[in-house]
Write a protein that binds this ligand. Structure first.
Ligand code: ARG
Length: 267
């Protein structure tokens, strides 16, 4: 009897530990472990957003530069891995994150409640306000929100500006395009009458397009912050990214990245 009991206990112990081991073995790697193991951080961004991220030819070679890219470089450096940048449409970024095609999204992205349901966000690293860009020759026609009644207002597909247009300019006709550069083209050709674009980006585009200006219309007083997006359930990675951001904020480097990148856009 005693012997039997011992055997049962022994067998159960072996079985339990086997289960425990196999559970360990099949445990899904965390986002951070995954990045460290492949020694690579794949960044998803929509490089149509100067000074955050934009294309520029450097010594005849096309490169993606900007404040967000500098942040990504710091994160990769702090994690001790190499950085790979994937440029894609803004409205496809979060799906790519979910499908594991990219490890992280830095793209001037605002951490909205809606997005938080599907992805994790870092702390906010930069804040800005909304503007409406119009043709210089139209500036006097568009002085208030009401002047957009029945007019075409451009926004980037998948951006918070879509919702802002709907709420703040309910009588305007929204036109959603994939890239901010498409909005700028549409403005120049008169296909749209205005475009809702965040201040630093609007400044970059109006500086390089002399026919466009930032109108005096106040869209919303709410500030839109930018944060780093990561796959849902990336607690360990979020922590590391926040550490890097804290360091950058403490040294006032993010403002510096924005200023420096703004200068680069115009060169
Ligand atoms: N902040 C806005 C949003 O999160 C616009 C961001 C657009 N970013 C870009 N790289 N085009 O929806």
């Amino acid at each position: 009897m005693k012997k039997n009991l011992k055997r049962i206990i022994a067998v159960s112990l072996v079985t339990i530990s086997m289960f425990a081991f196999s559970a360990c073995g099949s445990k899904k790697k965390s986002s951070l472990e995954n990045i460290k193991e492949k020694k690579e951080l794949v960044l998803g961004t929509s490089a149509d957003f100067p000074p955050y991220e934009f294309h520029k030819s450097v010594n005849g070679k096309d490169e993606i530069l900007g404040a967000d890219i500098e942040i990504a470089k710091q994160v990769a450096k702090d994690l001790g891995v190499k950085l790979t940048i994937k440029d894609m449409k803004f409205d496809g970024l979060l799906a790519s994150l979910d499908q594991g095609k990219v490890d992280m999204v830095i793209s001037g992205m605002t951490p909205t409640e809606e997005r938080k349901k599907n992805v994790d966000f870092s702390d906010i690293y930069y804040k800005s306000v909304q503007t409406i860009v119009v043709k210089k020759s139209d500036k006097d026609k568009f002085k208030g929100i009401k002047d957009f009644d029945g007019k075409k207002i451009g926004v980037q597909k998948g951006s918070i500006q879509e919702g802002i247009a709907e709420k703040q300019l309910p009588k305007a006709k929204p036109v959603a395009l994939s890239k901010i550069s498409d909005l700028v083209l549409a403005l120049n050709s008169g296909r749209i009458d205005g475009a809702i674009i965040e201040f630093p980006v609007a400044t970059s585009y109006t500086n390089s397009n002399k026919d466009l200006v930032i109108s005096d219309i106040k869209v919303t007083t709410e500030e839109a912050g930018s944060a780093v997006a990561m796959k849902k359930g990336s607690e360990d990675l979020v922590k590391e990214v926040n550490k890097t951001l804290d360091k950058l904020k403490k040294d006032k480097l993010i403002d510096k990245y924005i200023t420096e990148a703004s200068k680069l856009v115009e060169q």
